[in-house]
Design a binder for this molecule. Structure first.
Ligand SMILES: NC(=O)c1ccc[n+]([C@@H]2O[C@H](COP(=O)([O-])OP(=O)(O)OC[C@H]3O[C@@H](n4cnc5c(N)ncnc54)[C@H](O)[C@@H]3O)[C@@H](O)[C@H]2O)c1
Ligand SMILES: O=c1ccn([C@@H]2O[C@H](COP(=O)(O)OP(=O)(O)O[C@H]3O[C@H](CO)[C@@H](O)[C@H](O)[C@H]3O)[C@@H](O)[C@H]2O)c(=O)[nH]1
Length: 329
């Protein structure tokens, strides 16, 4: 099987590429390397095309000659706060540039597409845990950009038979269990790496964004899903499409919620160190509680999170931070 992975040199993409290679797939990565890392691609047989999604002079020849069975599309900008400050940057990269990719797929007759969507497309949900039937009503440009690309894909299905799987991730976290690849975002905004960066001396303290939420301990609740579980869902989504599956969306989470304070306690337990914490105001746009109902992914894809223990998730992130790379490629 030949698979094109956009954004395959990034955090979730690189973990997925490793799993794809293990299945014997022939993998090509398209990444402009703006946020990608060459060191994140560890398998020598993976072909890396350094280029932009929106560059027709790269993308059309690649698709026309690649004979790809499917495209897995990770490449995007991912920072919610920045999307509020600079929406056009997000609409350009997360909608306009993927249109070039989709155009090349149409021209080449490649009709299977697995897309990194997000629970941020639900905005502030009305049901917890969140099923896929929850209304999508994003509250920031990042979430809107993902929601709009889902709609574009549905229109392409009607027009030329593109079959897509929208994987709506909850909070991607952790790193490969062998510590060889991991999460290295710049800037890093995510909770778990930022907590651990206080212990490597890269951050002075972790600020907890809000302690007055309507949750048992006043801090936000999230569904932290291990990156290797997410990677596995992509493999299952490709299989589903290869078997003739129709366009579908799936929530990817554990179904369990943990508060910011619980994650802090977990990090102290796993590392055996005291975390320097400061309590600050709420961060704009953070819903109080996001927990997946992952039943549909289990039923249709046969996917279920294997790692439901936050200790294990934090352990893998800590292994990456304290390993040979020290948390950076
Ligand atoms: N990290 C999370 O918690 C999370 C949650 C929900 C959804 N997602 C989605 O998952 C995907 C991957 O996230 P990640 O955390 O691995 O991000 P990442 O920044 O580590 O990886 C994204 C990769 O895409 C590349 N890229 C970006 N724009 C590109 C373009 N125009 N052309 C070519 N390459 C480009 C970057 O260089 C980078 O390597 C994103 O689509 C993101 O929106 C992430
Ligand atoms: O320094 C920090 C960082 C985060 N948080 C809190 O920790 C929780 C998790 O935050 P973060 O790790 O930034 O993830 P989210 O804001 O939940 O967003 C992530 O998860 C979403 C799906 O839930 C994706 O769509 C986004 O791309 C991804 O960044 C939130 O309550 C934050 O307020 C802090 O208190 N301090």
């Amino acid at each position: 099987m030949k698979v094109l992975v956009t954004g395959g040199a990034g955090y979730i993409g690189s973990h997925t590429v490793r799993q794809l290679v293990k299945t014997g797939a022939d993998v090509t990565v398209l990444d402009n390397m703006v946020y990608g890392h060459i060191g994140a691609i560890v398998d020598p047989e993976v072909k890396l095309v350094k280029g932009d999604l929106g560059d027709a002079s790269v993308v059309y020849p690649l698709l026309m000659t690649g004979n790809f069975d499917a495209v897995i599309h990770f490449a995007a900008y991912i920072n919610v706060g920045e999307s509020v400050q600079n929406p056009l940057k997000y609409y350009m990269n997360n909608i306009a540039r993927p249109l070039v990719l989709l155009g090349a797929m149409q021209a080449a007759g490649v009709k299977r597409f697995v897309f990194s969507s997000t629970c941020a497309t639900y905005g502030v949900p009305t049901q917890i845990p969140i099923p896929e039937t929850e209304k999508q009503d994003p509250i920031n440009p990042y979430g809107s950009s993902k929601y709009m690309l889902e709609k574009v894909c549905k229109d392409c299905d009607r027009a030329w038979g593109l079959k897509s799987v929208f994987l709506r991730y909850f909070n991607a976290s952790g790193c490969s269990v062998d510590g060889l690849i991991g999460e290295d975002h710049e800037p890093e905004t995510h909770l778990i790496p930022n907590i651990l960066l206080t212990l490597t001396g890269e951050k002075e303290y972790i600020e907890v964004f809000g302690t007055d939420y309507d949750t048992p301990d006043g801090t936000c609740i999230r569904d932290y899903i291990h990156v290797d579980d997410l990677a596995d869902a992509h493999l299952k989504a490709v299989d589903y499409l290869m078997k003739g599956g129709s366009t579908e969306c799936f929530n990817l989470g554990t179904g369990l919620g943990l508060s910011v304070r619980e994650i802090l306690e977990t990090a102290e337990k796993v590392t055996g160190k005291k975390i320097p914490v400061r309590y600050g105001p709420r961060r704009e746009g953070d819903p109080p509680r996001l927990i997946a109902n992952p039943a549909k992914a289990k039923e249709i894809l046969g996917w279920e999170a294997q790692c439901k223990d936050a200790n294990k998730i934090v352990e893998t992130a800590w292994k990456w931070m304290t390993g040979p790379h020290g948390g950076h490629y």
